[in-house]
Design a protein around this ligand. Structure first.
Ligand SMILES: Cc1ncc(COP(=O)(O)O)c(C=O)c1O
Length: 459
């Protein structure tokens, strides 16, 4: 036995970890539900917010600074208030706050000899994490290898390099209209939102295809025609087709399998890499990957994940295995993040979250039904079109008006509920629902949405 193995199996250490997790749980149990700020924290909290504004050069979007404590979907802020959190670090904390599995893995990871693991010197956590992801991916895809990275944007950069190297000298990228791909220079280029790239130059490397429009019966045919035109106009110069299986930042729009298949067939015929950007959808749609939920896995050459995984990863087939030297970087991820990411995936696999009748499906159905009741009932005319996949759900408030919806988000925040926006027109309310919510939590969420809409509807 190595000293490292001894450290992981040492009974005294394991008991200490167990005791630490228990003690943390005991504290977090005091987070019971939404509550207002404590009067005695008000001044110091305002100072913290001012300091944030100074550091960042502008105020925070939400006056949100976590205290470090929470319980399930509830989080305590540094002003002593408790909020119901349905955005979770924009989709990172799939088990919500202070989940025992995550805390335990975090402590276990932190006992490693190093904090950050890299691509030259790695510990076993790197392998455990990669094997768990690839094990999920085996089901219905040809993805066999993976390269870890610190973020979704970096995972995407690596996928693009792999596609371009394999299909060299092809340079261009087909991406969806309203796509979001991250914040690096190239991912900003792939992203179809002028608000996210003011003043940046255009590189003219991205060709757009419209995403599925459920209100247009010819949507699939139109997108296919546009894809074919791009291919005809750029012979041999298209390296990959990058798409989110469900449009994320672009409006939480869903498309059926029948929409994707003709597009992917066309890519295959023309030697264009099929790259599913699952940074937001990973672990969230009812199966580990959305390509499994929707059913187009056999077409995928490259797939990127991050967020719920706690770090990024680019998965690729045998054919797209990059030549040595193409992808690397100092950081892969931290030992606690790799340990926690692995533990989250294992618990989701063994805890009945995936599949027909799984916990994700139940949460989805109940939340959408409750939103539908609001749309047809007290919020009629001011709330419509709840839709999504698994734990990614959106609804359009106040006719999709962006300014009003931004105000609505702040009203809901004041009332103790955190959500976020997505899309352009309509601008929608989006929820990244943690996988551990109860019926009661969903009821609380809907009560705040209802109260806030009724307050805003005449403004
Ligand atoms: C679909 C998609 N791709 C890429 C990214 C970028 O990931 P990161 O913010 O980790 O760089 C995001 C982030 O929101 C995303 O939703």
């Amino acid at each position: 036995m190595t000293l490292g193995q001894a450290l992981k199996s040492d009974e005294k250490i394991l008991n200490t970890i167990h005791s630490l997790v228990e003690q943390a749980q005991e504290k977090s149990r005091q987070v019971e539900g939404i509550r207002p700020p404590s009067a005695d924290q008000k001044t110091s909290y305002e100072e913290i917010l001012d300091r944030f504004a100074e550091v960042r050069g502008r105020p925070l979007f939400y006056p949100y600074v976590g205290s470090g404590a929470g319980r399930g979907p509830y989080v305590e802020l540094a002003d002593g208030s408790v909020k119901l959190d349905f955005i979770n670090g924009i989709g990172v904390h799939i088990f919500g706050h202070s989940h025992p599995t995550v805390i335990k893995a975090n402590i276990q990871g932190s006992l490693q000899d190093i904090l950050m693991q890299g691509h030259l010197q790695m510990n076993e956590e790197y392998l455990n994490f990669s094997r768990q992801v690839l094990d999920f991916a085996k089901n219905g895809s040809r993805l066999r290898h993976g390269w870890i990275s610190p973020s979704g944007s970096m995972a995407n950069e690596n996928a693009l390099k792999m596609a371009r190297q394999k299909n060299s000298p092809a340079r261009k990228i087909i991406a969806m209209k309203d796509a979001f791909a991250g914040r690096t220079t190239m991912m900003a280029e792939l992203t179809d939102n002028p608000g996210y790239k003011q003043g940046l130059p255009e590189y003219h490397e991205v060709l757009r295809v419209p995403f599925y429009d459920k209100n247009d019966p010819d949507s699939t045919e139109k997108s296919l025609q546009i894809l074919k035109e791009h291919i005809a106009n750029n012979p041999g110069d298209i390296s990959c087709f990058c798409f989110e299986p469900m449009l994320g930042e672009g409006g939480y729009k869903v498309a059926p399998r029948e929409f994707f298949i003709p597009l992917l067939e066309e890519c295959k015929k023309n030697n264009i890499a099929v790259w599913a950007d699952e940074v937001q959808t990973f672990l969230r749609t009812g199966q580990p990957f959305a390509f499994q939920t929707i059913g187009f896995g056999e077409y995928v050459d490259l797939c990127t994940i991050a967020k719920t995984a706690q770090c990024g990863m680019t998965l690729y087939t045998e054919e797209y295995n990059p030549k040595p030297g193409l992808v690397a970087g100092t950081f892969a991820s931290s030992s606690p993040a790799l340990t926690a990411g692995t533990a989250i995936m294992q618990e989701m696999e063994n805890g009945g979250f995936f599949g027909k009748g799984g916990r994700i499906e139940k949460i989805h159905n109940e939340f959408v039904q409750r939103l539908e009741e609001l749309c047809k009932g007290s919020c009629k005319g001011f709330l419509e079109d709840p839709e999504g996949l698994g734990l990614m759900i959106a609804v359009t408030p106040l006719s999709g008006d962006k300014d009003k919806t931004m105000k609505l988000l702040k009203v809901m925040f004041e009332k103790g509920f955190i959500a976020f926006g997505c899309g352009k027109s309509p601008f929608r309310l989006r929820f990244l629902v943690p996988a551990i919510v109860t019926s009661e939590d969903l009821q609380v969420a809907c009560a705040v949405i209802e109260e806030s809409i009724l307050e805003m509807k005449d403004q």
